[in-house]
Design a protein around this ligand. Sequence first.
Ligand SMILES: NC(=O)C1=CN([C@@H]2O[C@H](COP(=O)(O)OP(=O)(O)OC[C@H]3O[C@@H](n4cnc5c(N)ncnc54)[C@H](O)[C@@H]3O)[C@@H](O)[C@H]2O)C=CC1
Ligand SMILES: O=C(O)CCC(=O)C(=O)O
Length: 436
Amino acid sequence: MERISSRNAGQQEFLQAVEEVANDVLTVEKANSAYAAARVLERLTEPDRLISFRVDWEDDSGALQVNRGWRVQMSNAIGPYKGGIRFHPTVSPSVLKFLAFEQVFKNALTGLPLGGGKGGADFDPSGRSDSEIMRFCHAFMAELAHHIGPDRDVPAGDINVGAREIGFLFGAYKRHHREFTGALTGKGDSFGGSAMRVEATGYGLIYFLQAMLAEKSEDVAEQRIAISGMGNVALHAAEKAIAEGGTVVSLSHSAGTILAEDGLNAEALEWIRTARSEDRDVADAPARLGLVYKAGEKPWGIEASVALPCATQNELEQSDAKAAVDAGLRYLAEGANMPLTGSAVAHIEQAGVVYGPGKAANAGGVAISGLEMSQNAHRQFSSAEEVDTALKSIMREIHDRAADEGRKSDRFNYRRGANIAGYRKVAEAISSFGIV
Ligand SMILES: NC(=O)C1=CN([C@@H]2O[C@H](COP(=O)(O)OP(=O)(O)OC[C@H]3O[C@@H](n4cnc5c(N)ncnc54)[C@H](O)[C@@H]3O)[C@@H](O)[C@H]2O)C=CC1
Ligand SMILES: O=C(O)CCC(=O)C(=O)O
């Protein structure tokens, strides 16, 4: 870690992600002479390549704007680089390297042939018109298109990159390469997208939660569930949890939390979804729907047995973990990537909360992206029912892989199990290649 820290000085998010994995897998690496000789973990902390580029675009007033774009191609040991694109002012090499590093293990856990990568730009889309978003996406892809392709690197969406942005990005990719290939996932269903990709991360999170609960003979319908975030993952997790009879008591955004003491119903969820899609303020969430908006607050103090952080990295700190445990928390599954700080993870684990780490619990999205790649390669389309059945079975398999490996420790835990199961698959491949 000392060597890795000095080589990546100041990259706090990346070092946090590496340390969390290293604590669990180093003993496995040391115990296997082939993995140790191949120095697998150390090599996985050095991206195959980090591509950085300038994005010039014109805003609606005709002024030139300049942003930075990146793609981190972390490892293609078991398949093409795969992972989303994020547009947010906080995007940096550290954030993208942590996300790409996590993605390597997550993608291996799905059982599909997917390597790991992540990309994005420090572009802030809030308040930008559709035309500005289109011009930015086209300018971003003018550079990225040189580096991606269906067998090379297949990006998808992430924070602030949804169906609209993927459409713009795919249009630019297709024009650049003069061919129609599935070099992006999360596409619209009229141009090669998979059914259920939009829902997959949130629904998959609830399927993973169901598997965690089943281990203790419990059910979603008995749970009060606090969710953070109000985007793709959070809204679909809420929708599926409600459909399974759970009581969803919150959603949030960076400015505050919507509380629903008696549980969100379908009408309240629809109100929130519509307000978000129309860019309306959710602070005036109507009391007639049982909603109360708390400016500046996070959802973790409300009485809940399950927490599903679905917003962003390090959103749940040690003080939040303490508040959640004091309010009755017994299960936590991560919809977002690394939403807990290291000390928050330590607190909930010490308190005996069953903890489902993101690289297992939120892998449903990338898994269905993997199925979208297969559908594109075969020029086929699977129905929503077929994809949902596949998603359920993949989430069950991910759960079982993490649980089986986690049971080998003195104290059962999914975090260790997920890290080791993902690592083993990638290590096996890397140690077969020789020094390349
Ligand atoms: N979209 C996908 O398929 C997948 C997404 N993820 C992760 O899930 C998380 C959410 O992603 P999406 O829902 O796709 O993005 P999104 O852009 O649809 O939604 C992000 C949500 O997080 C909220 N948010 C952002 N920063 C926040 C902060 N500092 N505090 C509180 N709320 C904040 C935003 O208000 C928004 O509601 C991210 O960590 C992403 O990496 C993980 C796996 C797949
Ligand atoms: O579907 C994909 O490739 C993106 C998934 C992703 O970015 C993630 O799992 O965090």
